[in-house]
Design a protein around this ligand. Structure first.
Ligand SMILES: [Zn+2]
Length: 115
């Protein structure tokens, strides 16, 4: 599984609060989204999702699940439920390349996971 050190809910809030990362739902046209990753209360853990990696043999028409591979953060449209996935590797890269500004820590203090 990919290494996801130092990812936190405030990091996700900061990433998805960036105007360039918001957007209009391609299904219903609304622009309200909710990040579907949660802190495991009482710990430093975040409950996130992965996509399974499957070995498919076309000769035998069989598939074997190898395990989790791609770590993703689902973001769901509040209106219709359309869900988009963001790869954690890219989120971490953006966070590293866009360090938090001194005077823009409002998102850090928010408990809300809404966008
Ligand atoms: Zn929608």
């Amino acid at each position: 599984m990919a290494e996801i050190k130092n990812l936190s809910i405030p990091d996700l809030v900061r990433f998805f609060s960036n105007p360039n990362h918001d957007g209009v739902c391609p299904v219903c046209g609304k622009d309200e989204w909710t990040v579907n990753s949660y802190e495991n209360q009482g710990s430093n853990e975040i409950l996130i999702n992965t996509l399974p990696q499957v070995r498919y043999d076309s000769d035998k028409n069989t598939a074997a699940i190898l395990g989790a591979s791609h770590v993703v953060v689902p973001v769901e449209c509040d209106n219709c439920g359309y869900t988009r996935l963001h790869g954690v590797r890219r989120i971490l890269s953006w966070l590293e390349n866009n360090p938090e500004q001194e005077n823009s820590d409002d998102a850090e203090k928010s408990d809300s996971k809404d966008l």
